[in-house]
Design a protein around this ligand. Sequence first.
Ligand code: MLT
Length: 262
Amino acid sequence: MINCELECGNVHFHDVGQGESLLLVHGFPLDHSMWRHQLNSLSQHFRLIVPDLAGFGRSVRYTEIESTQTFAEDLIELLDYLDLARVHFCGLSMGGYIGWQFWKHHSDRLDRLIACNTRAAADSETVARGRRVTAQTVRNEGVQKLADEMVKKLFAPANQTQKSGEVSQIHNVILETNPETIVQSLLAMAARPDATPWLEQIEHPVLFVAGTEDQITPADEMKENAERVKSSQFALLPDSGHLSPLENPDAFNEAILSFLNK
Ligand code: MLT
Protein backbone atom coordinates (compact mmCIF):
# COMPACT_ATOMS: atom_id res chain seq x y z
CA MET A 1 0.00 0.00 0.00
CA ILE A 2 1.45 3.36 -1.00
CA ASN A 3 0.44 6.07 1.43
CA CYS A 4 1.43 9.45 -0.02
CA GLU A 5 1.31 12.54 2.15
CA LEU A 6 0.89 15.47 -0.18
CA GLU A 7 0.06 19.16 -0.24
CA CYS A 8 -2.43 20.94 -2.51
CA GLY A 9 -1.95 24.64 -1.82
CA ASN A 10 -2.41 24.78 1.92
CA VAL A 11 -4.29 21.46 2.22
CA HIS A 12 -2.32 18.51 3.56
CA PHE A 13 -3.80 15.13 2.63
CA HIS A 14 -3.16 11.40 2.40
CA ASP A 15 -3.70 9.60 -0.90
CA VAL A 16 -3.82 5.83 -0.33
CA GLY A 17 -4.87 2.85 -2.45
CA GLN A 18 -6.41 2.44 -5.87
CA GLY A 19 -9.89 2.20 -7.35
CA GLU A 20 -12.98 4.40 -7.07
CA SER A 21 -12.18 7.51 -5.03
CA LEU A 22 -13.49 7.82 -1.50
CA LEU A 23 -13.03 11.16 0.26
CA LEU A 24 -12.96 10.95 4.08
CA VAL A 25 -13.79 14.28 5.75
CA HIS A 26 -13.13 14.64 9.47
CA GLY A 27 -15.28 16.27 12.14
CA PHE A 28 -14.72 19.27 14.42
CA PRO A 29 -12.14 20.04 15.80
CA LEU A 30 -10.17 17.05 14.57
CA ASP A 31 -7.95 16.01 11.68
CA HIS A 32 -7.34 13.11 9.27
CA SER A 33 -6.11 10.85 12.09
CA MET A 34 -9.68 10.06 13.16
CA TRP A 35 -9.81 7.80 10.04
CA ARG A 36 -6.72 5.79 10.98
CA HIS A 37 -8.67 2.52 11.34
CA GLN A 38 -10.07 2.92 7.85
CA LEU A 39 -6.78 3.39 5.99
CA ASN A 40 -5.60 -0.24 5.80
CA SER A 41 -8.95 -1.86 5.37
CA LEU A 42 -10.69 0.50 2.94
CA SER A 43 -7.60 1.25 0.83
CA GLN A 44 -7.68 -2.37 -0.36
CA HIS A 45 -10.83 -1.43 -2.30
CA PHE A 46 -10.64 2.32 -2.89
CA ARG A 47 -8.37 5.24 -3.53
CA LEU A 48 -8.75 7.08 -0.24
CA ILE A 49 -8.29 10.84 -0.18
CA VAL A 50 -8.00 11.93 3.45
CA PRO A 51 -7.42 15.65 4.01
CA ASP A 52 -6.86 17.84 7.02
CA LEU A 53 -9.41 20.56 6.30
CA ALA A 54 -7.69 23.92 5.83
CA GLY A 55 -6.81 25.30 9.27
CA PHE A 56 -6.91 21.86 10.96
CA GLY A 57 -4.11 19.36 11.52
CA ARG A 58 -1.16 20.13 9.27
CA SER A 59 -3.16 22.30 6.85
CA VAL A 60 -2.77 26.03 7.21
CA ARG A 61 -5.60 28.45 6.48
CA TYR A 62 -4.97 31.83 4.87
CA THR A 63 -8.57 32.87 4.22
CA GLU A 64 -11.60 33.33 6.47
CA ILE A 65 -13.95 30.36 6.99
CA GLU A 66 -17.09 32.13 5.81
CA SER A 67 -19.43 29.15 6.07
CA THR A 68 -19.49 25.37 5.95
CA GLN A 69 -19.58 25.82 2.16
CA THR A 70 -16.04 27.28 2.32
CA PHE A 71 -14.75 23.81 3.22
CA ALA A 72 -16.75 22.21 0.40
CA GLU A 73 -15.11 24.64 -2.06
CA ASP A 74 -11.64 23.80 -0.66
CA LEU A 75 -12.39 20.12 -1.30
CA ILE A 76 -13.46 20.82 -4.87
CA GLU A 77 -10.09 22.54 -5.40
CA LEU A 78 -8.41 19.42 -4.05
CA LEU A 79 -10.37 17.17 -6.44
CA ASP A 80 -9.50 19.47 -9.34
CA TYR A 81 -5.84 19.30 -8.36
CA LEU A 82 -6.05 15.49 -8.33
CA ASP A 83 -8.05 15.49 -11.58
CA LEU A 84 -10.88 13.54 -9.97
CA ALA A 85 -14.24 14.02 -11.69
CA ARG A 86 -16.32 12.34 -8.97
CA VAL A 87 -15.89 10.86 -5.51
CA HIS A 88 -17.80 9.00 -2.88
CA PHE A 89 -18.00 11.55 -0.05
CA CYS A 90 -17.87 10.30 3.54
CA GLY A 91 -18.10 12.99 6.23
CA LEU A 92 -18.45 12.77 9.99
CA SER A 93 -20.47 15.36 11.89
CA MET A 94 -19.06 18.71 10.68
CA GLY A 95 -17.73 16.65 7.76
CA GLY A 96 -21.38 15.69 7.14
CA TYR A 97 -22.50 19.35 7.21
CA ILE A 98 -19.86 19.91 4.51
CA GLY A 99 -21.23 16.88 2.66
CA TRP A 100 -24.71 18.48 2.37
CA GLN A 101 -23.03 21.60 0.93
CA PHE A 102 -20.98 19.46 -1.45
CA TRP A 103 -24.22 17.85 -2.70
CA LYS A 104 -26.03 21.22 -2.93
CA HIS A 105 -23.34 23.05 -4.90
CA HIS A 106 -21.43 20.27 -6.67
CA SER A 107 -23.77 17.30 -7.05
CA ASP A 108 -22.13 16.44 -10.39
CA ARG A 109 -18.89 15.70 -8.49
CA LEU A 110 -20.64 13.31 -6.10
CA ASP A 111 -21.03 9.60 -6.55
CA ARG A 112 -22.47 8.29 -3.25
CA LEU A 113 -22.75 10.10 0.07
CA ILE A 114 -21.99 8.68 3.51
CA ALA A 115 -23.28 10.82 6.38
CA CYS A 116 -21.74 9.68 9.67
CA ASN A 117 -22.96 10.86 13.09
CA THR A 118 -24.28 14.06 11.59
CA ARG A 119 -27.38 16.26 11.55
CA ALA A 120 -29.26 17.85 8.68
CA ALA A 121 -31.05 20.45 10.82
CA ALA A 122 -29.51 23.84 11.51
CA ASP A 123 -28.64 24.87 15.07
CA SER A 124 -31.46 26.07 17.29
CA GLU A 125 -30.94 29.64 18.57
CA THR A 126 -29.89 28.20 21.95
CA VAL A 127 -27.25 25.91 20.42
CA ALA A 128 -25.98 28.70 18.14
CA ARG A 129 -25.69 31.04 21.13
CA GLY A 130 -23.76 28.35 23.04
CA ARG A 131 -21.30 28.07 20.14
CA ARG A 132 -20.75 31.85 20.12
CA VAL A 133 -20.03 31.74 23.87
CA THR A 134 -17.58 28.84 23.35
CA ALA A 135 -15.89 30.78 20.54
CA GLN A 136 -15.39 33.73 22.90
CA THR A 137 -13.98 31.42 25.59
CA VAL A 138 -11.51 29.90 23.11
CA ARG A 139 -10.47 33.38 21.98
CA ASN A 140 -9.92 34.55 25.58
CA GLU A 141 -8.57 31.43 27.27
CA GLY A 142 -7.40 28.99 24.59
CA VAL A 143 -8.50 25.46 23.74
CA GLN A 144 -8.00 23.51 27.00
CA LYS A 145 -11.57 23.79 28.33
CA LEU A 146 -13.11 22.87 24.98
CA ALA A 147 -10.79 19.85 24.64
CA ASP A 148 -11.65 18.59 28.14
CA GLU A 149 -15.38 18.99 27.60
CA MET A 150 -15.49 17.62 24.06
CA VAL A 151 -13.78 14.29 24.69
CA LYS A 152 -16.42 13.51 27.33
CA LYS A 153 -19.12 13.92 24.69
CA LEU A 154 -17.36 12.46 21.65
CA PHE A 155 -16.93 8.93 23.01
CA ALA A 156 -19.49 6.49 24.39
CA PRO A 157 -19.33 6.44 28.23
CA ALA A 158 -17.88 2.89 28.33
CA ASN A 159 -15.24 3.78 25.74
CA GLN A 160 -13.89 6.57 27.96
CA THR A 161 -12.04 3.83 29.86
CA GLN A 162 -12.07 0.92 27.38
CA LYS A 163 -10.54 3.07 24.65
CA SER A 164 -8.54 5.48 26.77
CA GLY A 165 -5.69 5.52 24.21
CA GLU A 166 -8.07 6.78 21.52
CA VAL A 167 -9.53 9.31 23.97
CA SER A 168 -6.16 10.82 24.83
CA GLN A 169 -5.08 10.90 21.16
CA ILE A 170 -8.23 12.85 20.25
CA HIS A 171 -7.74 15.12 23.28
CA ASN A 172 -4.24 15.96 22.00
CA VAL A 173 -5.50 16.63 18.48
CA ILE A 174 -8.01 19.15 19.85
CA LEU A 175 -5.36 20.80 22.06
CA GLU A 176 -3.11 21.23 19.04
CA THR A 177 -5.80 22.72 16.79
CA ASN A 178 -5.36 26.36 15.86
CA PRO A 179 -7.70 28.39 18.15
CA GLU A 180 -8.66 30.80 15.36
CA THR A 181 -9.76 27.86 13.17
CA ILE A 182 -11.87 26.61 16.07
CA VAL A 183 -13.48 30.02 16.54
CA GLN A 184 -14.27 30.47 12.85
CA SER A 185 -15.59 26.90 12.50
CA LEU A 186 -17.88 27.34 15.50
CA LEU A 187 -19.33 30.51 13.98
CA ALA A 188 -19.69 28.82 10.57
CA MET A 189 -21.52 25.86 12.12
CA ALA A 190 -23.79 28.18 14.11
CA ALA A 191 -24.82 29.91 10.87
CA ARG A 192 -25.14 26.82 8.67
CA PRO A 193 -28.35 26.33 6.68
CA ASP A 194 -31.03 23.78 7.48
CA ALA A 195 -30.35 20.88 5.11
CA THR A 196 -33.52 18.98 6.11
CA PRO A 197 -35.56 20.25 3.10
CA TRP A 198 -32.72 19.14 0.81
CA LEU A 199 -32.97 15.51 1.89
CA GLU A 200 -35.97 14.61 -0.23
CA GLN A 201 -34.35 16.20 -3.29
CA ILE A 202 -31.24 14.03 -3.07
CA GLU A 203 -31.15 11.45 -5.88
CA HIS A 204 -27.75 10.02 -4.93
CA PRO A 205 -27.65 6.94 -2.72
CA VAL A 206 -26.91 7.96 0.88
CA LEU A 207 -25.74 5.83 3.79
CA PHE A 208 -26.44 7.19 7.28
CA VAL A 209 -24.12 5.78 9.97
CA ALA A 210 -25.19 6.31 13.59
CA GLY A 211 -23.83 5.16 16.97
CA THR A 212 -26.09 3.65 19.64
CA GLU A 213 -24.37 5.81 22.30
CA ASP A 214 -23.93 9.03 20.35
CA GLN A 215 -24.50 11.91 22.81
CA ILE A 216 -24.13 14.61 20.14
CA THR A 217 -26.21 13.28 17.23
CA PRO A 218 -29.01 10.98 18.38
CA ALA A 219 -29.47 7.87 16.25
CA ASP A 220 -33.28 8.35 16.08
CA GLU A 221 -32.86 11.74 14.41
CA MET A 222 -30.49 10.20 11.86
CA LYS A 223 -32.97 7.41 11.14
CA GLU A 224 -35.72 9.97 10.47
CA ASN A 225 -33.38 11.79 8.09
CA ALA A 226 -32.56 8.53 6.30
CA GLU A 227 -36.30 7.98 5.73
CA ARG A 228 -36.50 11.34 3.92
CA VAL A 229 -33.91 10.36 1.28
CA LYS A 230 -35.22 8.37 -1.74
CA SER A 231 -32.35 5.91 -1.92
CA SER A 232 -30.90 5.52 1.56
CA GLN A 233 -29.53 2.98 3.99
CA PHE A 234 -29.21 3.32 7.74
CA ALA A 235 -26.53 1.55 9.81
CA LEU A 236 -26.71 1.67 13.59
CA LEU A 237 -23.39 0.69 15.14
CA PRO A 238 -23.25 -0.80 18.65
CA ASP A 239 -20.62 0.21 21.23
CA SER A 240 -20.17 3.51 19.49
CA GLY A 241 -20.59 7.15 20.44
CA HIS A 242 -20.07 10.10 18.09
CA LEU A 243 -16.77 8.81 16.65
CA SER A 244 -18.04 5.60 15.06
CA PRO A 245 -15.02 5.06 12.71
CA LEU A 246 -12.72 5.06 15.78
CA GLU A 247 -14.99 3.43 18.34
CA ASN A 248 -16.27 0.49 16.28
CA PRO A 249 -14.02 0.36 13.22
CA ASP A 250 -14.89 -3.20 12.17
CA ALA A 251 -18.62 -2.53 12.03
CA PHE A 252 -17.98 0.87 10.44
CA ASN A 253 -15.76 -0.50 7.68
CA GLU A 254 -18.20 -3.33 6.99
CA ALA A 255 -21.09 -0.85 6.63
CA ILE A 256 -19.09 1.25 4.14
CA LEU A 257 -17.98 -1.74 2.09
CA SER A 258 -21.48 -3.17 1.91
CA PHE A 259 -22.99 0.22 0.89
CA LEU A 260 -20.35 0.65 -1.82
CA ASN A 261 -20.89 -2.94 -3.03
CA LYS A 262 -17.45 -4.30 -2.13
C1 MLT B 1 -18.25 17.32 15.10
O1 MLT B 1 -17.98 16.21 15.57
O2 MLT B 1 -17.87 17.66 13.97
C2 MLT B 1 -19.03 18.29 15.94
O3 MLT B 1 -19.59 17.63 17.03
C3 MLT B 1 -20.08 18.98 15.13
C4 MLT B 1 -20.90 19.95 15.93
O4 MLT B 1 -20.41 20.53 16.90
O5 MLT B 1 -22.08 20.17 15.55
